[in-house]
Design a protein around this ligand. Sequence first.
Ligand SMILES: *Cc1c(COP(=O)(O)O)cnc(C)c1O
Length: 359
Amino acid sequence: MSQFLHTKYADLRPYIPGEQPQDRKYIKLNANETSMPPSSEVLKALSNPLIRGMGKYADPHCHALRQAIGEYYNVPEEQVFVGNGSDEVLGFCFMSFFSETSRICFPDITYGFYEVYANAFHLDAQAIPLREDFSIDVEPYVRTDRHVVLANPNAPTGMVLPVQAIERIAAACPERIVVVDEAYVDYGNASCVPLVARYPNLVVVQTYSKSRNLAGARIGFAIASPEVVSDMMKIKCAFNPFNMSAMALSVGIAAIRDTEYLKWCTRRIIENREYTKTRLERMGFYATDSHTNFLFVHHPALDAEVYYRALKAAGILTRHYAVPRIRDFLRITVGTRAEMDAVLEATEKILRCQGRHAS
Ligand SMILES: *Cc1c(COP(=O)(O)O)cnc(C)c1O
């Protein structure tokens, strides 16, 4: 730490992304990315005129991309905010609506970035425990007067709340913001976007990083009331008006229009998820009811950290969280069928090895 870092950041705990070791080639199933390519329309969008035009700044209002996303969700452009990944969208949301006196809440087990932002912005954050089975008890969120941040489906559990549950939370207290992070909505789940018309306190956040196979492009968006979006645009323009590169804007438009490819990819991932889940269950694993592109699994006779290390030794990266309540679980991103077969094969070997040690 230099002598210049502001003292208010002395206790800052930054987000720790999934590891990206360079020592060998891994099957990377630790960050819920994919090895499937983006839509072929994306390649076409990255053409010569775009590259030649990059001497000029891109549109700071991102009209064309917001319009394309609006068309997909049947909302006007005024209700769409876009950012450099949904992490940035969440960041602008926190910056716009929460201050040091703000009280927010989110589940004790959820996407780690909420805690990081709460900490970075010095918010009063309450962690509301998930039930024993990792499901979300809606009642505390209905009763609280705190702002609410929920990932739906939740990560790393993969479990989903019905839209009506989110509606109850949004309806209970119109004075507070309810942020619903729908990073995994496309894997067969209903979106809360249609609720935005009735609940001006609702902010629905989505990303291109998962279902659209574009984690490296950094594109995320929020759908909310025109007033909420205009507030966030104002804050963005006071911080980084050109947050979206010309490349991200072009890629974003091309990808959101290719609805067939989105359906094809997500169907494949869901098939691979269920295939892998069934096989793992046959080996004695318990897996949560995941509605995402990852599995969250536990084996009664296999320590999750040992399993994580054994898979890594076999060239497969997964995510283990050494934190209370979930240290006995491993999160495995669902990839291609070949990647999942590699996981299953390695797992069989690990279990066999483990059994020999135990007996
Ligand atoms: C992956 C993920 C994000 C981050 O997405 P980016 O758009 O890549 O920043 C946000 N929220 C949840 C719940 C995620 O799983």
